[in-house]
Design a protein around this ligand. Structure first.
Ligand code: GCU
Length: 396
């Protein structure tokens, strides 16, 4: 059911206690995402990310290159045509706008424009309760009547009802679900239309410390909504527990998005040897000018055929081991390299490109090691030399 936002005095909506919001603190930086990939982000990494880190990454990735819409959306409160939607990681979409207050649904509300239904329902088929469930509002249809839609249209992005989002405002983050839609083109009762972005439920406003009256509440700017597409991010539950179920996903969502934006492919389990403990052929350097490395830096071998880094690794006993190289290649061409152990070549690995020099990937090869110290040489086979090499992990 399309929502209509109008302002009329509302009494008594303020007394609902705030549930937990996660305070924003800072620690490590979040670096740019892989570009271009489609589909929902992968399983969460173990790393814990704070709300401040993730919001910083979202802002950093809200670039023209990542913009999804080609025509601007309308800020629901100010009516300014200046809201855009960005794919900040694979399958994750973010915008920053106002929060107008939607009081529709099964909770009673004195707003004369209150509608008893919401577009999406709880798992029992009941209209959502705007005073109990934090939900956000998206356009009901493609205003332009085009495919692909020049505006962000949820149906084109793997989203449906109760799709999870993180909402950030003024140092807080909450979980929220896609609950209602903004007036379709055929609605003539208000000046609203489906290009609007920037509306959420009474409960979402309360949790974020925003005035929550459906007629006098809201905030004009500064609310960032980060929507997670795909069926695994649809939140189930009833009006009684959808809020708790959404909040229970907040840290998982922060970790998942934080890891996706950092391009972290952590080294596998095993014994890790840092490239910076090794030696380089002429012209190579150990650098730390890109993010995401382990240890104190990474090897940047020279750009020349045969340029190499030698990394000493130890083994308790002789035997076959898997070597996994963590590397980055921010160019547009792979950097194949020959892998040698104690002077004997064991073949060439391709080292495919990564999204940028801050994004790390893993490639593996199985080789024989002797007991004690072994020298692993990674030697580029092209004039570009090696990729940047962060580490080698030895596993059984
Ligand atoms: C860039 C990048 C280096 C990289 C080099 C290369 O200069 O900053 O880290 O090693 O390209 O092409 O090898």
């Amino acid at each position: 059911m399309p929502s209509i936002r109008k302002r009329v005095a509302v009494a008594g909506a303020a007394a609902i206690a705030l549930t937990t919001t996660i305070a924003m603190t800072t620690a490590h930086a979040v670096t740019p995402p892989r570009a271009g990939a489609a589909g929902p982000v992968a399983a969460p990494a173990d790393t814990t990310y704070t709300a401040a880190e993730v919001l910083a990454g979202v802002k950093k990735n809200s670039t023209a290159a990542n913009q999804v819409n080609t025509k601007p959306h309308i800020n629901t409160m100010t009516r300014a045509m200046n809201v855009n939607v960005y794919q900040v990681a694979s399958g994750v979409y973010a915008y920053t706008s106002s929060m107008a207050i939607d009081d529709d649904g099964s909770d009673p509300d004195p707003d004369p424009d209150h509608q008893g239904d919401t577009t999406w329902h709880d798992s029992n088929g009941k209209a959502l309760a705007a005073h109990h469930v934090p939900f956000y509002v998206l356009g009901d249809d493609c205003w332009d009547r085009k495919t692909p839609c020049p505006h962000f249209f949820y149906k084109e992005h793997g989203m449906s009802g109760r799709q999870f989002a993180l909402m950030f405002y003024n140092g807080k983050v909450i979980g929220s679900i896609f609950g209602d839609t903004q007036t379709a083109n055929n609605q003539t009762t208000s000046d609203n239309d489906s290009r609007e972005l920037g509306e959420a439920s009474v409960k979402a406003a309360q949790l974020l410390g925003i005035p929550s009256s459906g007629t006098t509440g809201g905030v004009d700017n500064g609310v960032t909504v980060v929507m997670f597409s795909g069926p695994s991010w649809v939140v189930n539950g009833t009006n009684a527990n959808l809020n708790a179920n959404a909040q229970a996903l907040v840290q998982k969502a922060l970790n998942t998005l934080g890891a996706a934006m950092a391009g972290t492919n952590p080294p596998p389990t095993g014994t890790l040897f840092e490239a910076e403990s090794g030696t380089l052929s002429a012209g190579g350097t150990f650098d730390s000018n890109h993010t995401g490395f382990t240890g104190t830096g990474f090897a940047n071998p020279a750009n020349a055929v045969g340029a190499y880094v030698d990394i000493p690794v130890t083994a308790d006993t002789a035997g076959t081991r898997t070597l996994t190289f963590r590397y980055s290649d921010g160019t547009t061409a792979a950097r194949p390299a020959t892998i040698s152990v104690n002077g004997t070549s064991h073949g060439t690995l391709n080292f495919p490109v990564t999204a940028n020099w801050d994004t790390w990937a893993n490639v593996s090869i199985t080789v024989p090691l002797k007991a004690g110290t072994n020298t692993i040489r990674i030697a580029g086979t092209t004039a570009a030399g090696d990729a940047n090499i962060d580490s080698v992990t030895v596993s059984p």
